[in-house]
Structure formats: C-alpha cells, structure tokens
Design a binder for this molecule. Sequence first.
Ligand code: NAD
Ligand code: UD1
Length: 336
Amino acid sequence: MKILVTGGLGYIGSHTCVELLQEGYEVVVLDNLSNSKEEVKEKIKEITGKEVKFYLGDMMDEQLLNNIFTTEKIDAVIDFAAYKAVGESVQKPIEYYMNNVSTVLVLLKVMTKHHVKKLVFSSSATVYGDPEKVPIKETDKTGGTTNPYGTSKLFVEQILKDLYKSDNTWDIAILRYFNPIGAHPSGLIGEEPNGIPANLMPYIAKVASKELECLSIFGNDYPTKDGTGVRDYIHVVDLAKGHIKALEKLEKESQGLYIYNLGTGIGYSVLDIVNAFEKVNHVKVNYKITNRRSGDIAECFADPTKAKDELGWEASLGIEDMCKDAYNFILKNKKD
Ligand code: NAD
Ligand code: UD1
C-alpha cells in the first residue's frame, strides 16, 4: 500500500513514516518545511534503511497534489500538515485557518477527483475544550475551544463528518491526540520547536541541558492531586503506531467515519513529570511556581478503551521512556 503523508517530516509525521516503512508500506511525503528540515528524510533512512519519496511543496498547491496522485497511485492519506502553536494562532487567525482548514479542503477535493477515499486525520484533545469530566470518551461533548488552533481542528472534524454524510464510500479515521512527548529511542528524530518552547516537555529538557535557566510551573492551585495541571502524556512512538492500526482498520473494514482518542489513560501532573525526568535522567530541573497560564485547564486525560477494543492499539511506553527519550534527543542535538 502506498501512503501519502502530508507534513511527514514534522515531529509526529517523521515517527509515523518510520513505523510505516518498518511495516512495509511505501511512503510518499509532501512537506513545505515550514516547521521541519529536509535532513529528517535522511534520519528516517538511517533508522529504517528505507527511503520515503519526498515532494517539497505546499498542500494549498492543488496542481502539485494532482501531480502526486497521478504519478504515485496513492492508496490512502495521513494528514499531519498544519500549524500547531496555540499562542501564535491567537495572533494569526487567518494564517491558521488557511493552513489548517483550507489545505484540508484542497486535499479532499483532489482525493475525490482521484477516487482515493481513505484518510487518517490528526486531531487533538483540544476539541473537548474544558472537559466536564475525566477520563474523556470520544462521545463526550466537543466545543468550547479558546483559540483558533483548537477551533481549526473542530472545523475540520465537522467538514469530515459532512463529507462522509454526503458520500459514505469514504473511509475516515479522526485521531484525537492527547499530549505527545518523547522522541525516537535512536535520538535521530524528535521535537525541535523553534525558539523558546511553549510546551512542558521540551522546556524541561532544555532546562535540564542548561539551555534554559528555570521552568515556570503555571499554577499549583488547581483542584488536582498536587495543585499542578494534569495531562495524558503519550510517547510519540506509541502515537505513531496508532496510525498504523487506524490504517489497518480502514483497509479491512467496510467504509465508515471513526473517531479515536489516542492517549494512555493516565493523568500525570507537572510535578510528576519533573520528578520522573530528574529520576530517570539523573539531572536537576530548576523550577519555580508562577501564575496560571491563561486558557489552561486543570485536568485532561483520555479514556482510550475504544482504540483498544476497535483498533487493538494501546500505549506500551511509560513516563520513564518518555522522559529518557526526550532528553536523549535534546542531548544528541544540542547546538553548542
Ligand atoms: P509539526 O509542526 O512538527 O509537523 C507539521 C509538518 O507539516 C511540518 O513538517 C510542516 O513543515 C508541515 N506543514 C505545515 N503546513 C504545511 C503545508 N501547508 N503544506 C505542506 N506541509 C506543511 O507538528 P506535529 O507536532 O508533528 O503535529 C502534526 C499534526 O498533529 C498537526 O496537525 C497537529 O495539529 C496535530 N497535533 C499535534 C499535537 C502535538 O502536541 N504535537 C497534538 C495534537 C494534534
Ligand atoms: C497544549 C495546547 C493544546 C495542544 C497541546 C498539544 C495550550 C494552552 N494548549 O496543551 O491545545 O493540543 O499542547 O500537546 O498551549 N506547563 C508549565 N510550564 C511550562 C509549560 C507547560 O507548567 O513551561 C504546564 C501547563 O500549565 C499544563 C502542562 O504543563 O498543565 C502541559 O502543558 P503543555 O505541554 O503546554 O500542553 P497543554 O497545555 O496540555
């Protein structure tokens, strides 16, 4: 089977390319390198001994997409291409809706034209807004997103539902990721945020490696076990494997639109993560408690039962692996 992976040189896309190649899929990547580097292609080859076919270009480019579908005989698409910085999305809503929603419309139009109707889409737990209860099930209420990034994911989910309603020969898996962290154990690929990281794990890793001075813990007065925010952190390699299981479902089942939470089902607090990181990597992480970050919620973790029952997928790597692999990647790629 030949899979088009949009945004395939990014953080989650590159790990998914590795798993796809290792499972024997042929992989075609389209990426505009707006948040990744071409050298990732070589790292994927180093890990797997196999190559992806790479197209440098933008998903808004309908002609390029048409060329790819004509030339490559694509069987299914995994769509990772999007912008993902929550704070930036508030400053640049047009760019975010354009890149996260309009691109999907172009892709769906071209897929329809070429009769390719199998799609795996990267959504996010952010679509649940501030959840009424945890653990969160796929049937729980969505909405109440507080930024254009989150709303862009909600919009695309709605577009995909409307598309399926209009034509039930589509086969669509919407995957709602919780908090992906960690890196490939080789240390060759991982998360490389531009500038100062906005998310917890890359920030911790850079404090530990002395690139940053001190972690600010955003609030210790939440109604959680130690007052700090609780999240469902998932190792990016486990997450990547979830995409293979989703593709397998689309290959063998009759058509449908399926929605899955991809998380571990375990909620860890910020202090849990700091402590685990220090313990497993034998390093000190300086931190101070500061005010809450606006828009943050107290607790968010998945009920991953549906993915286990229907996809046969569950996360196998624990918090120690996540902390170890995240730090290994930072150390291996530290710029002196
Ligand atoms: P990333 O920024 O590392 O990867 C996205 C890739 O898409 C990059 O390589 C970028 O260059 C490319 N890209 C962006 N716009 C493009 C366009 N118009 N045309 C072609 N290529 C384009 O992000 P990631 O963390 O790997 O996230 C992948 C997907 O998962 C995104 O849709 C993101 O919203 C979603 N997601 C991520 C997280 C997370 O915490 N990382 C959580 C939930 C959902
Ligand atoms: C963030 C996004 C969310 C996105 C998710 C993807 C925001 C508001 N939300 O979620 O839309 O889907 O990333 O992974 O950005 N924390 C600190 N200090 C820091 C950084 C984070 O204490 O320097 C805390 C946060 O308050 C939170 C936890 O760590 O309790 C996790 O934060 P983060 O990694 O940014 O992820 P989310 O906020 O869950």
